[in-house]
Design a protein around this ligand. Structure first.
Ligand code: UD1
Length: 338
């Protein structure tokens, strides 16, 4: 069964391709390599013994999208990761984000709507909840006004899919709201590869650990949390990848309740920035250089998932601990720097 994975060379995409291939799916990747490298294909091949099909296509090119679906009319499901994801950059370049994240989504949905039957998985984010009023966050928590164009593209993306599903019974879709993905494949053949200075906590920590960065800035220690630093739900990328396969199978096997569904993907445990640093120090045996600085504008205080729906309805549960995920991130960082 052929599955299209857009953004399949990226961090979460590549791990999902591995899980799909391990379960016997045939994968075709579309990636424009704007934030990923074709080298990732070698890593996927090293793990699974199979080279996925791959086409370098910019999904903003509508004609190319139409042409792709004509040539691959046997695609039965699409997992759509391709998107820009830097919050700060989205504030600087809103139109880039609306074009990359929204226009491309519309083009793909237009093609899928014309098929007799199609299954679609969308990468959404816990960012749609903003600062939720209650922890842990359930899927029915209100959607708060977006803090950034990036966050807005995730909210709008969900609405576009929901509205399309309402009038397109042959389209079945699931939006997965990720909490904070981290880590790398246990083989250390694929992992996170941020370009330039990492904006996210985990790659900044591991790069500081290997000496590429002088010190980590911890953004604020005066939040109303257990130790004053922000709390997040860090989810191992392989667990996350498996959830995509589970969601896809749910659609392919007609197990979905409605033709548009939403699931949180997290561990259900909130960890503070200082706890994440302690985890790094435990698994690496190294002391991490860090200093406390001012809060980062736009950061929410706390966000962790209520995973009941994913556990009970999707039949998926995160298996790995923060330390295990951290160990994989550290192994990967050391491997790529050597
Ligand atoms: C951010 C986005 C989220 C997006 C995700 C993926 C916001 C509010 N959320 O998540 O929408 O899906 O990135 O790109 O922007 N931290 C430090 N020092 C650092 C980096 C981070 O202390 O150098 C702290 C942050 O304040 C935060 C935590 O670490 O408390 C996690 O930060 P980060 O990895 O950037 O993820 P989010 O901000 O949660």
């Amino acid at each position: 069964m052929k599955i299209l994975v857009t953004g399949g060379l990226g961090f979460i995409g590549s791990h999902t391709v591995v899980e799909l291939q391990s379960e016997g799916f045939e994968v075709v990747i579309i990636d424009d390599c704007s934030n990923a490298s074709e080298e990732v294909l070698k890593g996927i091949n090293a793990i699974t013994g199979k080279m996925p099909l791959y086409e370098k296509i910019d999904l903003k090119d509508k004609e190319k999208v139409i042409d792709f679906f004509k040539r691959h009319d046997d695609v039965e499901g699409v997992i759509h990761f391709a998107a820009s994801k830097a919050v700060g950059e989205s504030v600087e370049k809103p139109l880039l984000y609306y074009e990359n994240n929204i226009a491309t989504l519309v083009y793909i949905l237009k093609e899928l709507s014309q098929k007799k039957k199609s299954s679609f998985i969308f990468s959404s984010s816990c960012t749609v909840y903003g600062q939720a009023d209650k922890m842990p966050i359930t899927e029915s928590a209100p959607i708060k006004p977006a803090e950034s164009p990036y966050g807005n593209t995730k909210q709008m993306g969900e609405e576009i899919i929901r509205d399309t599903c309402l009038v397109t019974p042959n389209l079945n879709a699931i939006a997965l709201r990720y909490f904070n993905p981290m880590g790398a494949h246990p083989s250390a053949e694929i992992g996170e590869l941020p370009i330039g200075v990492p904006q996210n906590l985990i790659p900044f920590i591991t790069q500081t650990g290997v000496g590429m960065r002088k010190e980590l800035s911890v953004f604020g220690d005066d939040y109303p949390t257990k130790d004053g630093t922000c709390v997040r739900d860090y989810i191992y990328v392989v667990d996350l990848a498996k959830a995509h396969v589970q969601a896809l199978k749910r659609l392919l096997e007609h197990e979905n309740g409605e033709n548009y569904e939403v699931f949180n993907l997290g561990t259900g445990t909130g960890s503070s920035v200082l706890e994440v640093i302690q985890s790094f120090e435990r698994v690496s045996g190294e002391k991490l250089n860090y200093k406390i600085v001012d809060r980062r504008p736009g950061d929410v205080i706390s966000a962790f998932a209520d995973t009941t729906k994913a556990n009970e309805v999707l039949g998926w549960k995160a298996q790995y601990t923060l330390d295990e995920a951290m160990k994989s991130a550290w192994d990967w960082e050391q491997k790529i720097r050597n």
